[in-house]
Design a protein around this ligand. Structure first.
Ligand code: PEP
Ligand code: MG
Length: 575
C-alpha cells in the first residue's frame, strides 16, 4: 500500500515501522484479603526499587550522551521515589483501604498531581509533570504493561507518530531512527525543518497513517517525493536500494564543492549559509560547506529542559558556534522565538486560540524583559569571540524595533560598566516575516544593519495559510505573486539604503527559487545544512545577469503555477 504526504526532508529509508503512540495504562481496583496486605506492600516497594535502579542507569547514560543538565531530570524522579511522604502515602493506602498497589499508586499520585497543578508556583507545577512520569513508569512495572522500546529492534526503525514536537525531534537518536513520518504537519513546521537540518528523511501530513500501519510492518520512506510504502514488493525494495546508492554517490561528488566559494558563472558572489538550532548543528553545517550561519534558532537551547538557560550557558553555546566558524565567518543569532509550534512548558504560557498570531517571539521578549536581557547579555559577550550578528524575530512595527534596541543599549551600558568585553559595532538586523514589516521595509531599514526574510511565516501571514496544516498545504505557495512582490520590495528597500539582505525561510534552499532570488538581488541564502552543496552546485551554473531578466519577467506573471512553469522551462530545464 502507498501513502502520499508532504516530503519534509529528502532521502530514502527502508525498515520496520515503530509507532510512537500515547499510551494509556488501564488500572483495575481490587480489594486485597487482609492476609495478603503485607505481601502487596512488599510487591510495591520491590517495584519501586527496580524503578530506581532503572532511573539510575538512565541518568548515567543521559549524562554521557547529553550532559549533566539533562540528566538532572532523572535525579528528581529518583528523589520522588525515595520521598517518604509520597511513597509512605501509597503504602498507607494499601494497608488502610486494603486495595491493590496499582490503585493506591494511581489515587495518591493523582491527588499530588492535582495539588501541584493548582499551585501558582512554576516550580511546583513542574513537579506535577515529574509525578506523572514516575506514576506511569511504576504502573508499567506493576501491571507488566509492555510498551515497545526502540531497543527491541536490531536495525534502525522508521518512526511513525501522529505528530512530533520540535523537542521530540531534537531528541531522536539517529542510530536507532532512520526516518520518520507523521499524520499531521506541513513542510515548514519545525519538526520538518529540523529533519532537514539533521539530514533525516521525513514525510509529514500523511493524515491517517498511524491508524493503518502495524508495528513491525516493513516500510519504504521516500522523503523526496513524500511517499511511504507499506510492506512493499521485493522489486520496489530493490529499486529504492538502488536509488539510495545513487544518492550517496551524488553526495560524494557534491562534497568536492565543500570549500569552493559560491560564485555564479558570471562572477557574482553570494553567501550560502546554514540554519542551525544548536552548536552541534554548526559543526555539521561546516562539514556541509556552509560559509557561516544565517539563522541560529536559539529557542532550541531553551527547550527539553525544566528552567531557563543561564546567561553563562547561553554565552558558551553562542561562543562555540562563533568559534566553529573560525571567528571570522558570519553567525547570525536570532533572539528567542518561542510560541507558534515551539512551546516552553515551564514558562506556563496560557493556551491561545491563534498561537501563530499570539504572544510569541519579540512580543514575549519585550514583555519579559529580564529573560530577554539575559539573552542579549549572552549574545553581546559572545560577540567578542567571533563575527556575531544578531536579529530580532517577528518585528511588525518600528516601535518594536526601537523598544528592542533600547533594551540592547541598556545591556551594552551595563556590560561596559562591568568592564565586560563585547563588540560595540555588532550588526543588528531584523527578520522580515510579517507583511506589515515587509511593507514598511523602507522605514525599518534606516534603523537596522540588515534584513533576513523569513518566508516560512511571511507566506503564511500573506496568504493566510497555516504553515502547519496539511489540508491546505496546496495553498501554501512561495511563488504566489503577492509573496514575490513583498520580497522584491524588501530587497529593493535594503539595497537603496546600502544594506544587505538575506533569506532564512525554507524558500532560500528551494532549487527552483534560488535562480529567481539571485535575479532579484538577494545577497545571502540561509538553508538547512544538507541543502548547501546542492545550492552551490546550482549557483555556479547560473548567470546573474540572465537571472535578472528572468526575475523581471516573473514579476509580470499572475499566478504561482505560471511562475513555476516559466522557471522550469527557462531556467531549470536549461541547466
Ligand atoms: C521563518 O519564519 O521563515 C523563519 C525562518 O523562522 P521560523 O521558521 O523559525 O519561524
Ligand atoms: Mg518565523
Amino acid at each position: 500500500m502507498q501513502w502520499k504526504g508532504i516530503g519534509a526532508a529528502p532521502g530514502y529509508a527502508i525498515g520496520p515501522a515503530f509507532l510512537l503512540l500515547e499510551e494509556k495504562i488501564e488500572v483495575q481496583k481490587r480489594t486485597i484479603p487482609q492476609a495478603e496486605i503485607e505481601r502487596e506492600v512488599k510487591r510495591f516497594s520491590d517495584h519501586t526499587s527496580l524503578a530506581i535502579e532503572e532511573l539510575e542507569a538512565l541518568r548515567e547514560s543521559t549524562r554521557q550522551k547529553m550532559g549533566e543538565k539533562q540528566a538532572e531530570i532523572f535525579s528528581a524522579h529518583i528523589l520522588l521515589l525515595q520521598d517518604p511522604e509520597f511513597i509512605g502515602a501509597i503504602e498507607a493506602k494499601i494497608r488502610t483501604e486494603a486495595v491493590n498497589a496499582e490503585a493506591a499508586l494511581q489515587e495518591v499520585a493523582d491527588s499530588f498531581i492535582a495539588l501541584f497543578d493548582s499551585m501558582d508556583d512554576e516550580y511546583m507545577r513542574e513537579r506535577a509533570a515529574d509525578i506523572r512520569d514516575i506514576r506511569n513508569r511504576l504502573l508499567r512495572k506493576l501491571t507488566g504493561a509492555k510498551t515497545a522500546s526502540l531497543d527491541d529492534f536490531n536495525e534502525p526503525v522508521i518512526l511513525l507518530a501522529h505528530d512530533l514536537t520540535p523537542s521530540d525531534t531534537a531528541q531522536l537518536d539517529r542510530s536507532k531512527v532512520s526516518a520518520f513520518a507523521t499524520d499531521i504537519g506541513g513542510r515548514t513546521s519545525h519538526s520538518a525543518i529540523m529533519a532537514r537540518s539533521m539530514d533525516i528523511p521525513a514525510v509529514v501530513g500523511l493524515k491517517e497513517i498511524t491508524a493503518n500501519v502495524k508495528p513491525g510492518d516493513i516500510l519504504i520512506l521516500d522523503g523526496s517525493e513524500g511517499l511511504v510504502y507499506v510492506n512493499p514488493s521485493p522489486d520496489l525494495v530493490a529499486a529504492y536500494k538502488a536509488k539510495a546508492e545513487r544518492e550517496s554517490a551524488q553526495k560524494v561528488l557534491l562534497q568536492q564543492l565543500k570549500d569552493e566559494p559560491s560564485v555564479t558563472a558570471d562572477g557574482a558572489r553570494v553567501e550560502l549559509v546554514a540554519n542551525i538550532g544548536n552548536p552541534q548543528d554548526a559543526v555539521l553545517a561546516k562539514e556541509y560547506g556552509a560559509e557561516g550561519v544565517g539563522l541560529y534558532r536559539t529557542e532550541f537551547l531553551y527547550m527539553g529542559r525544566s528552567a531557563l538557560p543561564t546567561e553563562d550557558e547561553q554565552f558558551q553555546a553562542y561562543k562555540a558556534v562563533a568559534e566553529t566558524f573560525g571567528g571570522t565567518q558570519p553567525v547570525v543569532i536570532r533572539t528567542l522565538d518561542i510560541g507558534g509550534d515551539k512551546e516552553l512548558p515551564y514558562l506556563n504560557l496560557p493556551k491561545e486560540m491563534n498561537p501563530f498570531l499570539g504572544y510569541r517571539a519579540i512580543r514575549l521578549c519585550l514583555d519579559r524583559t529580564e529573560m530577554f536581557k539575559t539573552q542579549l547579555r549572552a549574545i553581546l559577550r559572545a560577540s567578542a569571540f567571533g563575527n556575531i550578528k544578531m536579529m530580532y524575530p517577528m518585528i511588525s512595527s518600528l516601535h518594536e524595533l526601537r523598544q528592542a534596541n533600547q533594551l540592547l543599549a541598556e545591556v551594552k551600558e551595563e556590560l561596559a560598566r562591568e568592564g565586560i568585553a563585547y563588540n560595540p559595532t555588532m550588526e543588528v538586523g531584523i527578520m522580515i516575516e510579517i507583511p506589515s514589516a515587509a511593507m514598511i521595509a523602507d522605514q525599518l531599514v534606516k534603523e537596522v544593519d540588515f534584513f533576513s526574510i523569513g518566508t516560512n511565516d511571511l507566506i503564511q501571514y500573506t496568504i493566510a495559510v497555516d504553515r502547519m496544516n496539511e489540508k491546505i498545504s496546496h495553498l501554501y505557495q512561495p511563488f504566489h505573486p503577492a509573496v514575490l512582490r513583498l520580497i522584491q520590495h524588501v530587497i529593493q528597500a535594503a539595497h537603496s539604503a546600502g544594506k544587505w539582505v538575506g533569506m532564512c525561510g525554507e524558500m532560500a534552499g528551494n532549487l527552483t527559487a534560488i535562480p529567481l532570488l539571485l535575479g532579484m538581488g538577494l545577497d545571502e541564502f540561509s538553508m538547512s545544512a544538507s541543502s548547501i552543496l546542492r545550492a552551490r552546485h546550482l549557483v555556479k551554473q547560473l548567470d546573474k545577469g540572465r537571472m535578472k531578466e528572468i526575475a523581471r519577467h516573473v514579476m509580470t506573471l499572475d499566478s504561482s503555477e505560471a511562475i513555476v512553469a516559466y522557471l522550469q522551462e527557462h531556467v531549470m530545464d536549461k541547466l
